[in-house]
Design a protein around this ligand. Structure first.
Ligand code: ZN
Length: 233
């Protein structure tokens, strides 16, 4: 193989690795966001349950207050009833007391229902908090892993860039420019093998003349279809 081709192949290998690492680095913020929203979601879930429990407690307190005012009214009515000498007034007050007592029973039933619901919520909140703690632990572990991965990738990238720099400095400027233009425009590879007379870059058959020039290995030969630099595979 043409000695400069060998250098180009090593250079290409490093550039491909650098590109791969860069792509991987680009996905890191997305992974990080995903983890952070997972965490925020579990915290928000617990908070929503707590908010609902607070709401139930407010409703329950209101019912308690309503019971309290009716109890006071009843005791005031009982005093009035005790003081009256008129039979019909005594009875009318008695009916009113019954009405208030009925209301109190209904309010207390509602209060009991709310308390049962609140108890159920307490259990749900406990379970959600437990789950949120586990999520937090797992997310922070995964975030640490991502951080470590990010650092490792950065340093790999730096190493490869240094290596690439050293290799590039040994290659003829014109050839290097040609290689770079090809590498950037093709996106995958600038130097590709011929296999069974076919360019593995564009998968087209090359002419026999091109194939034999490549085989001779005396010059840098390009695929007449895609322009990539060819080597004998
Ligand atoms: Zn080609």
């Amino acid at each position: 193989m043409h000695p400069e081709l060998e250098q180009l192949l090593v250079l290409q290998d490093r550039q491909q690795k650098i590109k791969q690492i860069q792509t991987e680095i680009q996905t890191l913020p997305l992974q990080r966001n995903h983890l952070e929203s997972q965490l925020a979601g579990s915290v928000a879930g617990v908070e929503a349950l707590k908010q609902k429990a607070r709401q139930l407690e407010v409703e329950r307190k209101k019912l308690e207050l309503d019971v309290g005012t009716r109890t006071e009214t009843i005791s005031r009515l009982k005093t009035q009833q005790y003081q009256t000498r008129k039979n019909d007034e005594f009875q009318a007050i008695g009916h009113e007391i019954d009405r208030y007592e009925n209301e109190i029973r209904k309010l207390e039933d509602q209060e009991l229902e709310l308390m049962i619901e609140a108890d159920k919520f307490k259990g749900e909140i406990g379970a959600a908090e437990e789950k949120a703690r586990a999520t937090k632990e797992s997310v922070s572990r995964q975030l640490n892993d991502l951080e470590a991965k990010s650092k490792a990738l950065e340093s790999q990238q730096q190493e490869l860039a240094k290596e690439r720099e050293a290799l590039a400095s040994q290659i003829d400027d014109d050839l290097l420019n040609r290689f770079e233009r090809l590498f950037n425009s093709k996106g995958d590879a600038a130097v590709v093998a011929i296999e069974h007379g076919v360019c593995t870059g564009c998968h087209m058959k090359v002419t026999t003349a091109t194939a034999s020039r490549v085989r001779a290995g005396k010059e840098i030969v390009s695929c007449e279809n895609c322009g990539r630099i060819l080597y004998e595979g």
